[in-house]
Design a protein around this ligand. Structure first.
Ligand SMILES: Cc1cc2nc3c(=O)[nH]c(=O)nc-3n(C[C@H](O)[C@H](O)[C@H](O)COP(=O)(O)OP(=O)(O)OC[C@H]3O[C@@H](n4cnc5c(N)ncnc54)[C@H](O)[C@@H]3O)c2cc1C
Length: 473
């Protein structure tokens, strides 16, 4: 990795290469490694002074690590599981033994299984809601949501406007709010219904997304998920230039020129592996085609603050609890046991997502901490009030992420602009978790997107020559 010493000053690096990659998140790093393996010269320009993007480890001392960004690996996420293994990283199961908690209003239910026993009206409503959703999930084309039968009607409403017509109890609506905040870090009012259906389908269903054992929260990486990115970057060595945000991409018949802080790169192709909202802030010469430009304006990022309270031990385990909780009262909606593999120290991970993240993100840190600990104390009792340490990261304030967990499409986005999501613009190719057809928004999707973009580049007859086709510039 090269740290650029002259950011914003003279352009220290002037590089000619086969393929430039923008972004040293998982997608960019995997793309660069695949390109190098295919014999192509590659340079990665990364805006931050570190690699990993939405993956970020936090050291607790004594060699113990927790993650401030993406962390879990679930079943069917074969690409990320295989990559971690290939890089010599082990995984361990999320603690999932004992009871779960659900706080609704002033009541806290303690339960086992998928959900507590609800009254007959809510049970019936949830059952019919799930059946309706399953029928809709089955209809969606994950590789081309705009081709889904009835796509325009599904894309013309928000998840919330649909839910109001599809449910008859407040509890069922609260369930959709929990899912929307927990999965998208956005309110159901923000999301196109078609986007919600696509995203859940791309992950293999709601139960897969919600579950710990057997679902998306099943396993973690020993040493922290950012190690995946760090090991990839170690392999790439000097090909990764840090502190070099790309500002302009110019394209002509024979290649692309990228102007970044501290670097100028001339390449035959560029793979842009940054979230769409940030890709839209790069200047393009000539301008992007209207469909692609319009798409970047319709994919905002979610809002999440990841808060972690650290205790000498995971006291909830001794009390027969998983440490997992959900709350409709909030502002914390979802809690997990995020302790290191040996359970020491004990860590409770509390998410502020969507509306609560936007609201509490404007508060003073000490007030936000007090609100989070107040929730944890309601759920887990007085010992939760006094952690030995507390850390948080507000991803809304991360300039080179622009929010998290990821980008989502607003109503009309898929049907009007969707085909521009992956289509190359001349020699510009698009990667990143948001462009994945499977596990969109996840580490696994980021890797799949890189494989697809690399395939586009090396799939040409002569990868060092111009790429034919793509969206006409
Ligand atoms: C709190 C949180 C929890 C999550 N939980 C999970 C989870 O449990 N499991 C899971 O699978 N996923 C999870 N995710 C999502 C997962 O982290 C992402 O999907 C994945 O890391 C995205 O990788 P990427 O390479 O597509 O994008 P990024 O990681 O966003 O990488 C993009 C890179 O581009 C850089 N960049 C931006 N603009 C420029 C520019 N102009 N020039 C150069 N570089 C630029 C950025 O600095 C960044 O390094 C979570 C994310 C967050 C934030």
């Amino acid at each position: 990795m090269v740290k650029d010493k002259a950011r914003g000053a003279a352009r220290e690096h002037v590089v000619e290469t086969d393929v430039a990659v923008l972004g040293a998140g998982l997608a960019g790093l995997v793309a660069a490694r695949e390109l190098q393996r295919a014999g192509l010269r590659t340079v990665v320009l990364e805006a931050r002074e570190r690699v990993g993007g939405r993956l970020l480890n936090h050291q607790l001392g004594d060699g113990k690590t927790i993650e401030m960004g993406g962390q879990w690996i679930g079943p069917t996420q074969d690409r990320v599981a295989a990559l971690a293994k290939e890089l010599g990283l082990a995984t361990f199961p999320t603690h999932d033994r004992g009871d779960y908690l659900l706080e609704r209003g002033r009541r806290i239910n303690r339960y086992r299984g998928r959900a507590p026993r609800f009254g007959p009206a809510l049970s019936a409503d949830l059952a019919q809601l799930e059946a309706r959703l399953n029928r809709l999930f089955d209809r969606v084309h994950p590789d081309a949501p705009w081709d889904t039968p009835g796509a325009e009607r599904l894309d013309a409403q928000t998840l919330w406007s649909w839910t109001r017509g599809a449910t008859f109890t407040r509890g069922a609506r609260e369930f959709i709010e929990l899912v929307s905040e927990g999965v998208f870090a956005a309110q159901p009012q923000d999301l196109s219904l078609l986007h919600f259906l696509f995203y859940v389908r791309a992950a293999g269903g709601l139960e897969m997304l919600e579950s710990t054992t057997g679902g998306a929260q099943q396993d973690r990486v020993v040493g922290g998920s950012q190690m995946i990115a760090q090991r990839l970057a170690d392999e790439l060595g000097d090909a990764v230039i840090l502190g070099a945000p790309a500002r302009t991409i110019s394209r002509d018949d024979s290649g692309v020129t990228i102007l970044a802080d501290g670097a100028t790169v001339r390449a035959n192709h560029v793979i842009v592996a940054v979230p769409l909202a940030l890709a839209g802030r790069i200047a393009y010469e000539p301008a992007l085609p209207p469909q692609r430009d319009g798409l970047t304006q319709r994919m905002p990022m979610g809002a999440v603050i990841k808060c972690q309270a650290i205790f000498d031990e995971p006291f909830w385990r001794a009390e027969g609890q998983t440490g997992q909780a959900a709350s409709t009262r909030g502002p914390v909606r979802i809690v997990y046991d995020n302790s290191p593999p040996d359970g020491s120290p004990g860590v409770l991970l509390a998410f502020l997502e969507g509306g609560p993240a936007r609201r509490l993100g404007a508060w003073a840190p000490e007030d936000r901490r007090a609100a989070v600990l107040d929730c944890l104390t309601r759920l887990f009792g007085p010992r939760a009030a006094s952690p030995r340490d507390y850390v948080e990261l507000d991803w809304q304030r991360e300039r080179w992420s622009g929010g998290c967990y990821g980008g989502y499409l607003q109503p009309g986005g898929w049907t009007t602009y969707g085909p521009a999501l992956r289509a190359p613009v001349g020699r510009i190719h698009w990667a990143g978790a948001e462009t994945a057809e499977r596990w969109c928004g996840y580490m696994d999707g980021a890797i799949r997107s890189a494989e697809r973009a690399v395939g586009e580049v090396i799939g040409t007859e002569n990868p060092r020559a111009a790429v034919a086709g793509g969206v006409q510039a």
